[in-house]
Design a protein around this ligand. Structure first.
Ligand SMILES: Nc1nc2c(ncn2[C@@H]2O[C@H](COP(=O)(O)OP(=O)(O)O)[C@@H](O)[C@H]2O)c(=O)[nH]1
Ligand SMILES: [Mg+2]
Length: 235
């Protein structure tokens, strides 16, 4: 079916809240999205029973697909999920649903009717609303934005918000060239998309922070900086 959508939920040790959040999303999609859609739960490396819960959701709901891979990292999970998808539009959202999912129809419209290649959620542009985020994360996020915009000369502001959608062809054009398997994957794919003249639309969103984070800030910052240098020098 044309314009079918694959919504990937990357999950890592989410056993406590996964089912409830999955149901909220499933319900929302059933009521608000007219295109064909599937939710892909992309698990890797969890050491709780996230995978078992995911599989039971897959058995219960025909519009749920589960993939599980050995290699860890959110970027790797997204890559595997998209490369194994048969949908026309690929996307993902953080499974804590921090980005208000009410914005999703607008994202799909930007791709289907306004013909954008990629649509990304932003917490850093006018019109966005961020609730409950720690000052530390806010400062890191804004500083990182300034740094990568300077080093990479790109036009987008929020590379890291976990809510992005794109045409399948756009993703396929750049994904093989993306090396990072973890958190820097988002910046890398957007950078490569912009360099390949794909159109990116940044949409302000409402973000309600979930302080339960799997990000190791120090190692992620170091990896991000190494990644920026790698991209700047053309690798
Ligand atoms: N598949 C997969 N998902 C991950 C991994 N690490 C984090 N995630 C998921 O990525 C999403 C964002 O993680 P989160 O901890 O909320 O990040 P934060 O909001 O930036 O602090 C959540 O859905 C996590 O379960 C990983 O190694 N593999
Ligand atoms: Mg989160």
């Amino acid at each position: 079916m044309k314009n079918s959508i694959d919504i990937v939920l990357p999950v890592y040790n989410e056993s406590k809240k996964l089912e409830k959040r999955f149901m909220r999303l499933y319900d929302f999609l059933s009521k608000n999205i007219e295109q064909d859609w599937v939710i892909t739960i992309a698990e890797n490396g969890s050491n709780d029973n996230t995978l078992q819960i995911s599989k039971s959701l897959q058995e219960k709901y025909k519009r749920c697909r589960v993939i599980s891979i050995d290699e860890p990292g959110k970027g790797q999970a997204l890559k595997n999920a998209w490369l194994s998808s048969s949908s026309d539009i690929y996307g993902y959202m953080d499974s804590d649903l921090s980005t208000d999912i009410e914005i999703l129809p607008k994202f799909i419209n930007k791709i289907v009717n306004e013909n954008y290649d990629i649509v990304i959620a932003s917490r850093l542009i006018k019109g966005s609303k961020v609730i409950g985020r720690s000052l530390k994360r806010e400062i890191i996020s804004r500083t990182y934005s300034k740094i990568f915009r300077t080093i990479l000369s790109v036009n987008f502001y929020d590379a890291q918000c976990g809510f992005k959608f794109a045409k399948k062809e756009a993703i396929l054009k750049v994904i093989d060239d993306c090396k990072d398997k973890e958190w820097f994957f988002d910046t890398e794919i957007l950078y490569k998309a912009e360099k390949n003249n794909l159109s990116i639309c940044e949409v302000p969103v409402t973000w309600i922070d979930d302080s339960d984070s799997s990000v190791n800030l120090i190692s992620t910052i170091i990896n991000d900086l190494i990644g920026l240098v790698r991209l700047r020098f053309g690798k």
